[in-house]
Design a protein. Structure first.
Ligand code: XMP
Length: 521
């Protein structure tokens, strides 16, 4: 069973027709201070009744409205008196179900930039510039509008770029207002969400702490106990503090030391959660088990699989020992939550969530407590700040679940982990002591087991390579390599070569993602 937070009424329900930009629409709405939630077409009516939104947005999607496998949305959604905005495929669906005609794709698709000629700027397009650039990406297009609709704007290839039935508050766009390349796209969304639909602007991730705590209390009851895998990362830490506020000593945290942690990580978690918050924290030293099973393994995917499997085994053993705990706490975020429809497609369909604690299996037979499952990462950070978590934790760089294993190329051994850990510590110290981490998404050292000749003191050495990886990114999907001031690079290199035994050379990785990934394995 999953604890599903109920959205406040007055928000925006977004129907996902399979759009690559759906999450972006949800974010843009939340940036306006309005709660938004995404659902699949098959669940839209059910969610509408449940959530009572003040507006519905129909997203774009890759299909043709004529395709036999076109997403099925019940047209009754148009009879609920709720304002509707259709974007791209959403507009085509809207046109098709309000007496208009849609022209199939053979006529040729339209992609890219086009200028918008506004013919009516009374409401939806108020404050938008004439000839502003908008971003099109569609195959089908609307050929005729149904009764009640009028044109608010057109573009050279598209006579129905923005349309409206003002009586019923139905609006449609053939382009994407949510992408940054569309000039005035944010203004259009704001006009629809705030002025036309009059959504409630009470969404503020920092101000929902009390509601979240109350929801956890209600779910867990007066004597329920929760076990939570604490990694020391932002999500599980914020989830732990929140759940702890709700149920105090009935929260049991488990921190697994897999031997692949950075310098000071375990101690930091103990100091914050056990000493400062006085949480029940069990530290399981499983490093022997992890490193033992990793011995001799060089293939990156195999390394990851082994680490994931042992994590689940260790966590299950510890959870099973806490006999009274029937609840499993997780720091699942909104982007990890996939609404899916059961085979019969009914409204009772399940909501599946990605198990972020090392992919724990369903048969753990525990009720999930996921207080962050309706939040984006930056909202979780805001919540963490509100809860008083230190910036060193809330704003910390991502650290992968498999830890240093994916930065220690080839076989993972204690002999390689020790110098890697020491070099990584130096990189972090030199960057963080100067506040340079604010411009970087991640900054770390990599152990490359390639021997090269050096000279230390008067002696010839033949040692491995330490690579410095410094990247900027917004979401880790793409990344750019970054530089530091020369004197900082020099200091890092100098310290690694002088203080760490095992490296004769420090190199800088100047590869962007793509084609390279951020991690080396
Ligand atoms: P890549 O290397 O694919 O990494 O460019 C993208 C982002 O994901 C992090 N990463 C992981 N995080 N488990 C995680 O929790 C993993 O197995 C994993 N692999 C990569 C990486 O640090 C970067 O932020």
């Amino acid at each position: 069973m999953t604890a599903e937070p109920e959205g406040p009424s007055g928000g925006v329900l977004i129907v996902d027709f399979g759009a690559q930009y759906c999450q972006l629409i949800a974010r843009r709405v939340r940036e306006l201070g309005v709660y938004s939630r995404i659902t699949v077409p098959e669940r839209a009516l059910f969610t509408l009744e449940h959530m009572r939104p003040a507006a519905v947005i129909l997203s774009g999607g890759p299909r043709s409205v004529y395709a036999h496998d076109a997403p099925a949305l019940d047209a009754a959604i148009l009879d609920k008196g709720v304002p509707v905005l259709g974007i791209c495929y959403g507009l085509q669906w809207l046109a098709q179900h309000t007496g208009g005609r849609v022209h199939p794709a053979e006529a040729g698709a339209e992609y890219g930039r086009t200028a918008l000629e506004i013919v009516d700027d009374a409401d939806f397009l108020a404050g938008c510039r004439q000839d502003g650039i908008v971003w099109m990406s569609h195959g089908d297009k609307v050929e005729a509008l149904g009764p009640g609709f009028e044109v608010l704007a057109k573009s050279a290839p598209c006579p129905f770029a923005v349309v409206a039935d003002r009586q019923r508050k139905f609006y449609g766009l053939q382009f994407h207002p949510e992408v940054a390349h569309t000039q005035d796209g944010a203004r259009m969304l704001s006009n629809f969400v705030l002025d036309i639909a009059r959504c409630r602007t009470d969404w503020n991730p920092g101000s929902i702490v009390e509601n979240k705590i109350a929801a956890v209390k209600e779910l867990v009851g007066d004597d329920g106990e929760v076990v939570l895998g604490l990694s020391g990362g932002v999500d599980s830490s914020v989830a732990a503090v929140l759940i702890h506020h709700a149920i105090r000593s009935r929260l049991h945290c488990v921190f697994v030391d897999n031997g692949l942690l950075r310098h000071g990580e375990r101690e930091g978690v103990e100091a914050l959660f056990r000493d400062h918050y006085h949480m029940d924290l069990e530290v399981v030293d499983a490093s022997e088990r992890f490193l033992g099973e990793l011995a001799g393994v060089v293939e990156p995917e195999q390394k990851r699989k082994i680490i994931g499997r042992i994590f689940v085994e260790v966590f299950r053993e510890r959870a099973a020992s806490k006999k009274k705990a029937h609840f499993l706490g997780q720091g699942t975020l909104y982007p990890d939550v996939i609404e899916s429809v059961a085979a019969h497609g009914g409204a009772t369909s399940t909501i599946k969530s990605h198990h972020n604690v090392g992919g724990l299996p369903e048969d753990l037979d525990m009720t999930l407590v996921e207080p962050l499952r309706d939040l984006f990462k930056d909202e979780v950070r805001a919540l963490g700040r509100e809860l008083g978590l230190p910036s060193s934790l809330v704003d910390r760089q991502p650290f992968p679940g498999p830890g240093l294993a994916v930065r220690c190329l080839g076989e993972v051994t204690r002999d390689k982990l020790a110098p890697l850990r020491a070099a990584d510590r130096i990189v972090r110290e030199e960057i963080e002591s100067r506040g340079l981490e604010k411009n970087l998404w991640q900054y770390f050292a990599v152990y490359v087991p390639q021997k090269s000749v050096g000279v230390k003191g008067d002696a010839r050495v033949y040692e491995d390579v330490c690579v410095l990886r410094l990247v900027s990114s917004v979401d880790a999907m793409t990344a750019d390599w970054e530089l530091l001031p020369t004197e900082v690079l020099a200091r890092i290199s100098n310290r690694i070569l002088n203080e760490v035994k095992g490296f004769s050379r420090v190199c800088l990785d100047i590869s962007s993602k793509p084609p390279a990934t951020i991690e080396w394995e």
